[in-house]
Design a protein around this ligand. Sequence first.
Ligand SMILES: Cc1ncc(COP(=O)(O)O)c(C=O)c1O
Length: 376
Amino acid sequence: MIYLDNAATTWPKPNQVTEAVAKSMKYYGANPGRSGHKMAIRTSEKVYECRELVADFFGLSNPANVVFTQNSTMALNFAIHGILKAGDHAICTVMDHNSVLRPLFAKSPDVDVSYLGADSEGVIDPSELEALIRPNTRLVAMTHVSNVCGTVTPVEDIAKVCRQHGILFLLDASQSAGIIDIDMQQMKIDLLAAPGHKALYGPMGTGLLCINTDFELAPIMQGGTGSYSKELTQPLELPDRLESGTLNLPGICGLAEGIRYINRIGIANIREHEAKLTAYLLDGLSRIKDINIIGKKNTLGRTGVVSFTHNSKDCVDISSYLSSNFSIATRSMYHCAYKAHEALGTSDGGTVRVSLGVFNTLSEIKILLYALKNMM
Ligand SMILES: Cc1ncc(COP(=O)(O)O)c(C=O)c1O
């Protein structure tokens, strides 16, 4: 199989990730933070080890500010619902995923939401942000990289404006964590949501909320934390404040190995590999009759998430053809980001999305281009 659906979740996972998951079931089978026996202590140490790795990876000084979630959606919901109160105003962009758009919309009419626009290549102009800011703007939330077309958001410019106005900045790093270097302190990112299962190469069922602010998020979930058991109120300290219930220990052990894997290869090398394949793919697509590349046409300001349409063929039919005849996995139609499709001019039918990962090779891209060229 040629797997080109890495924006949905990466596959395959590095061997060390699958091995760590299996090993955790055998040797770290206790509930961390709940009991004082040897295996429980060993398991708690494993969880802390992963927190430290994540904190280090995103430039956070305190590992306690790393909250484990099931996915990026859960992390975004924890942040959005934990921050916004009635009377607040929030800003996001038209390039955002439903994991940002829907929780924000769910707060209406108590919370007003404004949308920063994008051009036909998915580019956001940070100078347009100031005009949307109101005295009651509490949160700016947006994606780092478009999951539709791979366009990169100018995060540092946006974050600077947010700091100047004392507004919290939440970055949806679902399509960037593990692909673009992120230092939350340097880049002035207050909150970061990331999936463990995409470009961090951890298992599905893992996600992260990283917190770089003193703002005390209201927990949207309460329950057992193994701490302050006599109290009926949720503990105030992080991560317990937001981390109720039993953790996904096998997932966390796998995620730790995913991060170690990336650290060993180096993000710069991962980026270089993806850029090389993306350049080849874009060039090849631009030469195929009737195919239109959506978003940026070269590798500047974009990642290896590449969308295209066809002048006469339906996107779903193209993905089915690729899967049935060549075992090539892509995704088609709308990618949980309809406003982005409107901005990109693909609201009528969506796109075929090819998304690259660290294990893809040039010969796989060549087969994809051959398949598309020979489509009847
Ligand atoms: C930009 C973006 N945000 C959020 C998500 C949601 O991620 P998860 O599936 O981990 O909840 C995705 C998933 O594709 C995404 O691409």
